[in-house]
Design a protein. Structure first.
Length: 272
């Protein structure tokens, strides 16, 4: 029986998976979702933890943004399809290679695909989905990617799983994780950041407006692990029209989040 506080995925696999395929990623510190070095590293950079997801009172929850890029950025593709329809989706390097043979496509610009696009003086969008027709930009949508931070730590549990090949102990003997979920950071930093970037982007005539009432909530709830309400809201990066004040924008974002929770009643925006 799984512990109430436990690690769910390490380097993309179950922590107790001792297969050569899984353990090879422990050895090299590799992320199977972006095929690059894992970014979950301790403070002095001596240990690569590789922890993708953990348990929570509301189900398994993602704690690394790269976990959202499973299946070659499938979730980005779903957002692009929802925003622009069923047209080819390409990363930056793929577009360079195939540009001559494409009349219309969506090009994803962000980390590991070109670069993040700056908005305003000191901010950048995690991703810009650019709709390109005959090599010309015609419209785009901004996306913000966030996974929740943890409080506490899972160090003892992680070392218990790491040493399994040598210790051969029972899983019940591995210590429980001591992690918590940093919900305060979600409300204090992530949601205001989303609103700020949305206001800046809304000044562009090329921005694809995605109204809250038109969001297909179930579409985004089936990508790998279930994504929680705050992750969906930040991932979708709602863009609001010019002229609405900040309080109105915040009210609409909170209404959208409530709609998501109502649609997925087993998910809660706060802990305890």
């Amino acid at each position: 029986m799984r512990k109430r506080k436990d690690l769910v995925e390490i380097f993309g696999y179950a922590p107790a998976d001792l297969s050569r395929e899984a353990r090879s990623l422990w050895n090299i510190g590799g992320c199977p979702f972006v095929n690059k070095a894992c970014i979950k590293i301790n403070h002095d950079q001596t240990i690569t933890y590789g922890t993708c997801s953990v348990t929570s009172p509301y189900g398994d929850i993602i704690i690394c943004p790269n976990r959202l890029y499973a299946n070659h950025y499938e979730t980005l593709k779903r957002v692009a399809n929802d925003a622009f329809g069923d047209i080819p989706f390409l990363l930056y390097d793929e577009y360079i290679e195939k540009r001559a043979g494409l009349e219309e496509c969506v090009v994803a610009l962000g980390k590991n695909s070109g670069k993040e696009v700056q908005v305003g003086g000191h901010l950048s969008m995690d991703w810009i989905l650019a709709r390109v027709v005959n090599t010309e930009l015609v419209e785009y949508a901004g996306i913000e990617i966030q996974s929740i931070d943890i409080t506490g730590n899972y160090r003892d549990a992680w070392h218990g799983y790491k040493n399994l090949p040598e210790t051969h102990i029972q899983l019940s003997e591995i210590p429980s994780s001591s992690h918590g979920l940093n919900w305060a950071n979600v409300h204090k930093r992530l949601i205001p950041q989303l609103i700020h970037k949305g206001v800046i982007c809304s000044h562009s005539s090329m921005v694809k407006f995605h109204q809250v009432s038109n969001v297909n909530l179930s579409l985004y709830a089936n990508c790998g692990l279930r994504l929680k309400s705050f992750q969906i809201g930040l991932f979708l990066a709602q863009i609001y029209r010019v002229g609405k004040n900040l309080m109105r924008q915040l009210k609409e974002l909170l209404e959208w989040r409530k709609a998501f929770i109502d649609h997925n009643p087993d998910m809660s925006p706060s802990e305890g």
